[in-house]
Design a binder for this molecule. Structure first.
Ligand code: G3H
Ligand code: 13P
Ligand code: ZN
Length: 340
C-alpha cells in the first residue's frame, strides 16, 4: 500500500525499529527489495536519486513501482526523493507521485539551508507530501557532491556532526517531518580508515533538543567483508572498503530515535558480487536472465538481512492499521490505479 513515511515513523520512533530506505535504479533491484519486504512483512521506502531518475527515466521507474504497489498490497511503501537539491526537482517529484521528498541543503550556508528547506516544506505539505532535510556533513561521495576523504573525515569527525541547538532552530523554522543527521556515517564503499563508532551521545542530544522528530541515517551501508572478498576474488579491485558495523545500526534503531536508514552501497555490492561470480564461473554466459536473475536474488537476500538488522520485519500490518486509523488519505494529486 502506497503511503507517506509518517505512519511508519510514528511507530518506529517509539517502537524500537527503523525503516529501510533502499535506492532503486532498475527493475531487478526494485523486485529484489520488494520480494524481501513481502517475505519479511516489513514496511519499506523506495528511494530515487537524481541519477536514478535520469538513468532509468522516471516514467519507467514509476511504472515499476506502481506494479509493486499492486503486487504487494500488504506491504507499506513510500516513494522518496533521495538528496533532492532544488525546489524545481521537488516540484517534479511531487508531480511524479512521490509521497516523500528530501531537500538536501546541507552543503549551503545555514541560513540558505533554512530558506531552501522552508520553501520545499511549504510546497510539499500543500500536496500532502512529507519532507526530510539534512544538517551537518557526511563523508564520502553523494550524487555530484564529493565529500571529504575517509581519513580526513574520520580524523576531524566532531566538527562535522549535527549541532543539537542548530537542529532545534532548524526544526522550529522549517517544520520538517524528519531530519538527516551527521552522526558518524558516510556515503559509499570507502567510508572509514579504521573501525568507526557512531556518535550515540550526539543522537541523544538531538533527541533532547528536537523531541519526537524522526531522525534519518544516510550512508548506512555496512560494506560486509564477505562481499568485498567475493568481488575481489572474481576480478574486482576494492581494497580498504569499510562500512558502518551492523550492530551499531541495530542499536541506533532499537534504542534511539533513528527511524529511517539509507542503504544503497550494500545492494550494489550484492548485485556486483553475484554477477561477477556468474561470469567467472561461466565466461560463455551471455543470457542476461542468467546473471540478472541471480543478481535479483542476491538483492533479496541482502535486504532480508537488513530488515532483520532494522527490526522492521513483521511490522507491516501495524503500519497499515495505523495509517488507516489516523484517517490518512492519499494526497489529492494521487489518482493512479496503484492507490489501493
Ligand atoms: O547517496 C547517494 C545514493 O547512494 C545514490 O547514489 O546518486 O549514484 O544514484 P547515486
Ligand atoms: P550508502 O552509500 O552507505 O549505502 O548510503 C546510501 C545513502 O545514504 C543514500 O542516500
Ligand atoms: Zn544519502
Amino acid at each position: 500500500m502506497l503511503m507517506t513515511t509518517k505512519p511508519m515513523f510514528d511507530l518506529a520512533y517509539e517502537g524500537g525499529f527503523g525503516v529501510g530506505a533502499f535506492n532503486v535504479n532498475n527493475m531487478e533491484i526494485t523486485q529484489g527489495i520488494m520480494e524481501a519486504c513481502s517475505a519479511e512483512q516489513s514496511p519499506c521506502i523506495l528511494q530515487i536519486s537524481k541519477g536514478a531518475r535520469s538513468y532509468a527515466n522516471i516514467r519507467f521507474l514509476r511504472k515499476i513501482i506502481d506494479a509493486c504497489v499492486e503486487e504487494y498490497p500488504d506491504v507499506p511503501i513510500a516513494i522518496h526523493c533521495d538528496h533532492g537539491d532544488t525546489v524545481e526537482l521537488i516540484r517534479q517529484c511531487i508531480d511524479d507521485g512521490y509521497t516523500s521528498v528530501m531537500i538536501d541543503g546541507s552543503h549551503h550556508e545555514y541560513e540558505e539551508n533554512v530558506r531552501l528547506t522552508k520553501e520545499a516544506v511549504d510546497i510539499a505539505h500543500e500536496a500532502g507530501v512529507v519532507v526530510e532535510a539534512e544538517l551537518g556533513m557526511l563523508g564520502g561521495i553523494e550524487e555530484d557532491v564529493v565529500g571529504l576523504d575517509a581519513a580526513e573525515y574520520q580524523a576531524n569527525i566532531e566538527k562535522f556532526l549535527t549541532d543539537p541547538e542548530e537542529a532545534k532552530d532548524f526544526y522550529a523554522r522549517t517544520g520538517i517531518d524528519s531530519l538527516a543527521v551527521a552522526i558518524g556515517t558516510s556515503h559509499g564503499a570507502f567510508k572509514f580508515v579504521h573501525e568507526p563508532k557512531l556518535a550515540f551521545d550526539r543522537i541523544e542530544a538531538i533527541m533532547k533538543t528536537c523531541p519526537g522528530l524522526p531522525l534519518v541515517m544516510h550512508g548506512s551501508s555496512s560494506v560486509p567483508k564477505e562481499f568485498i572478498d567475493l568481488i575481489n576474488s572474481y576480478g574486482g579491485n576494492m581494497p580498504n572498503a569499510m562500512g558502518v558495523p551492523e550492530d551499531q545500526i541495530a542499536m541506533a534503531v532499537r534504542s534511539y530515535g533513528v527511524c529511517k536508514v539509507n542503504i544503497d552501497t550494500d545492494l550494489r555490492l550484492a548485485l556486483t558480487a553475484k554477477i561477477r561470480e556468474v561470469f567467472a564461473k561461466d565466461p560463455k554466459e551471455f543470457d542476461p536472465r542468467k546473471y540478472l536473475g541471480p543478481g535479483r536474488e542476491a538483492i533479496r537476500e541482502m535486504v532480508v538481512r537488513k530488515l532483520q538488522m532494522l527490526n522492521s520485519a513483521g511490522k507491516a500490518d501495524a503500519v497499515i492499521a495505523h495509517w488507516k486509523k489516523e484517517g490518512e488519505t492519499m494526497p489529492a494529486w494521487y489518482s493512479g490505479a496503484a492507490a489501493v
